[in-house]
Structures are given as C-alpha cells and as structure tokens.
Design a protein around this ligand. Structure first.
Ligand SMILES: [Zn+2]
Length: 331
C-alpha cells in the first residue's frame, strides 16, 4: 500500500515535471544579440515576444569604431543566436566572439545581398585625372598610388560597402536571413516568425513603392548631395541620388586636406546645393565645407544607427526620414 502510494506520487511528480518542462520550453524566450540598432529593430519585428533581444551598439552609436564592453561579452556568451551585418562593418566582432567563447549560430544579415565594391575610379581619382592633367604623367601615377594606399589604410576590412540596409530591397534580404536564423534556433515558434516576416515584408514593400514616387518627383539634376562619410551607396544606386563624401566607407578614416579640397571643387563644379550631417559622424568638417562653398546644411541623415526617439527610431522610419529629408531639401 505504502509502496503503491509512493509509486503514484512518483508518477504524479514526473507528469508534473514533464508538463512543467514543456511549459517552460514554450515560455522560454531565446536570447538573441544583434550588433547594432538597425539589426536590432528588424530582429524585434521578426522575433516579437519570443526573444530576449540585446542590441550592442545602440541609437546614434557608431559601429565602425565601437569598443565592446564586458557586458557585451556577457550578452554574447549567453546568446542562442548572434546577428551581425558583416562585410567588415563590425570590425570588433571576431574578437568579441572569441572573448565570449561563443560557439552557436551567427547570422550574417548581408548574406545574399548584391554588395557594392569601391569603384576602381572613385570620385577622388576622377578628380585627380581632371585636375592633374597638366602635371607630369609619372607624378600623377605616384599620386594615384599614394591615394589608394592612403584610403586602403582607412579600410581595414576590404573595400566593400557594408551599409547595405539603405536599400529596402536589401532590407527584405536582411529580415529573411534573420527569420531563418530564428526558425533554426527556435523551430517550435516557426509559424510566429514566418507570420512576422510576412507582415514586415509587406510593410517594406508598401514603403518601397511610396518612396519611388517620392524620389521620382525630385529633378534628376538636383539629386546630388554631400555627406560626412560614404554610407549611402545603396540608396544612391537604388534611387539615382549621387552622394559625395570626404571620407570612405568607414568613419575610422580621416579626410586629408587634399580630400577636402577635392570635395570642395566637386561641390562647385556639380552645383551641389546641399550638404547633410549624420547622426553618427563628427560634423565639424561638413559644416566647414558648407561655409566654404555656400551650400546649405540640409538636415540630419541617419546613416549607421537609428535615432533614440522620433520617426527615425525604427528601420522603416529611418528610411522614410532620410528620403523625405533628401527630397524636401533637393526640390
Ligand atoms: Zn558607416
């Protein structure tokens, strides 16, 4: 009798434990780390309340020059999934992964994106060609080589543009990669991620067609602007807006006096009427260039991070803000 009771109790306990475990698994959120605010917002939209999200580089933060903290290493160590932009944008990520001894899945959001490489003849070099015609040919080659070495030193991670999120078409690839990562790590919630992906992709599509109409109303010859660093190549190729910048793909590099002089010549030659500041860059140089050329400062563009609040605090809001800021200034 006693034994029977004990046995029953044991069975009851095991059932309770079993149901407790499965309940816990259902409620257990997965830990996801996204490297910067744009990825963080996308991940939040796809993961919803199924995930505990940590974003390493927050609003207005510059991921190019970010220095991870011990708390970041802790978050990565506890993560079930790590989502990065890749293409050298987070130059510190390999070190952080090692320091955290993270061995689980890493999703590279740019996977499958058609990446933009630095043009062989980027606009600095074109200028060299035009303005140094009268100089000795050999000297020109020296300058050209020197310039390439200089700019290479500023781009430790290759000369491919990492800012692919500025094209909404790429944004759709990003969120698909993120959703695939979440589904692989948390298959029991697959349907939730699938539905969230579908809903979010529809929102991107709707915004995409609105933006095309918006940009189409801006005169083609006016679609030329200056920004502090070369962060809008994907927006440029999608909407036919030409961007000029004193420095390249990373804010790590600094503009030389020669780069600035070249840019000032380009602004005058192309009748560029507006320069823009960025939320992540040091804007003193841009303000100086505006003063020297008489160009207007057209407002803030969100390049490498979302805003803390307001419209640009989400990915879709950021794209909306950038396009409307550009078009209203260029009209
Ligand atoms: Zn950047």
């Amino acid at each position: 009798m006693k034994i029977k009771k004990l046995k029953l109790l044991f069975i009851a306990l095991s059932i309770a434990t079993a149901s407790f475990t499965s309940q816990a698994q259902v409620n257990n959120k997965i830990n996801v780390v996204a490297t910067f605010s744009v990825l963080g917002d996308m991940t939040k939209n796809i993961g919803g309340n199924r995930i505990n999200l940590t974003t390493l580089v927050g609003p207005n933060g510059d991921a190019h020059v970010y220095q991870p903290t011990p708390a970041d290493a802790q978050a990565v160590a506890e993560a079930d999934l790590l989502i990065i932009n890749g293409v050298g944008f987070e130059g510190w990520i390999e070190r952080l992964i090692q320091a955290s001894n993270y061995q689980k899945q890493v999703i590279v959001a740019t996977n499958g994106v058609n990446l933009i490489d630095m043009k062989e003849e980027d606009h600095h070099d074109e200028e060299h060609g035009e303005h140094e015609d009268d100089k000795h040919e050999e000297h020109h080659d020296d300058e050209h080589d020197k310039h390439e070495e200089d700019s290479h030193a500023g781009h430790h991670h290759g000369d491919t543009d990492p800012h692919a999120w500025h094209s909404l078409a790429n944004g759709k690839i990003y969120v698909k990669n993120i959703a695939n990562g979440l589904m692989a790590v948390d298959p029991s919630s697959q349907n939730i991620y699938k539905n969230n992906l579908k809903y979010y992709t529809n929102q991107i599509n709707a915004l995409e067609s609105r933006i095309r109409k918006h940009v189409a109303s801006t005169p083609k010859d006016k679609r030329k602007v200056v920004t502090p660093h070369d962060a809008f190549g994907y927006l440029s190729s999608t909407y036919g807006i030409e961007f000029f910048a004193p420095v390249g793909f990373s804010t790590e590099s600094e503009a030389s006096a020669k780069d600035v002089a070249t840019l000032i010549r380009q602004i005058k030659k192309n009748n560029i009427s507006a320069v823009f500041i960025e939320n992540v860059s040091d804007n003193r140089l841009i303000n100086q260039i505006a003063r020297e050329t008489g160009a207007n400062v057209g407002g803030v563009l969100y390049s490498d991070a979302l805003a803390k609040n307001g419209q640009a605090s989400t990915y879709l809001g950021m794209v909306k803000h950038n396009i409307s800021t550009l078009s209203s200034t260029l009209k």
